[in-house]
Design a protein around this ligand. Sequence first.
Ligand code: ZN
Length: 271
Amino acid sequence: MEQCCRSPWETYIPPFRMAPGVYYVSGNNWVACYLIDTGDGLVLIDTAMHETAYLLIECVRNLGYEITDIKKILLTHAHIDHIGAARTLKELTGAKIYLGERDMLFLTERRDLIGGDGQYTCGMFEPDEFYADDKLITQGNIAIRTIASPGHTPGCTSMFFDVKDKDGKVLRCGIHGGIGLNTISKQYFEKTGLPMSLRDEYIDGLKKLAKLHVDITLPSHTNQVGILMHVDKITDDYNPFIDPSIWQELMQERLERALELIEKEKKEEQV
Ligand SMILES: [Zn+2]
């Protein structure tokens, strides 16, 4: 059969454990989705694309869960690679969907900003709740703290929660809701009409989040911290993802790249 079109997610990735009770389940090697076993139902962070929903479902079932065990779906931001399968999964599971309120703009009058370039589709869905940073999202034995992290999108939201290893040691997991620099360029703001102040919010957010302690960084895209390189090192007694320096380095790296971008644009304006 003729080779089909190439896509960023052409490799199937079976589910693997990132932290106790926390699994990588997107089924693809591009965008990450995390399943949290709370002891009383599952929480899913992000859904990946509508077109890869079947892989996510397969991953959940391969771990021994039923898709209907998913009680809450937390979306980091309203781009196609994170919310594409939200409608499908909401309809299949009946789970409650959470989103940053400022991203409602994308779901309503500016659906062009969801992205996808005609390659991916995003069904219509309505979030059940908006994040409130002063209110933990709890399910079973997990309490998730959210922090609004505007910039990559206006409603971009980061999440933090604690899990315990088998010796009872607490490990903090953290996911930055969206650190892609593609949406903070001057060119992007000019094209979309979104305010350039989002860039300042992006930078302020990184500075704030860099101060947090995170034992296990859950990247929203695998290549941000190269998690796939370490999958075969995971054993019952060893978790290669425990490393608090990863979070600090990631925040720092993005901050430097954002500042470089601004500097470069300033120079170009002067020419
Ligand atoms: Zn994005």
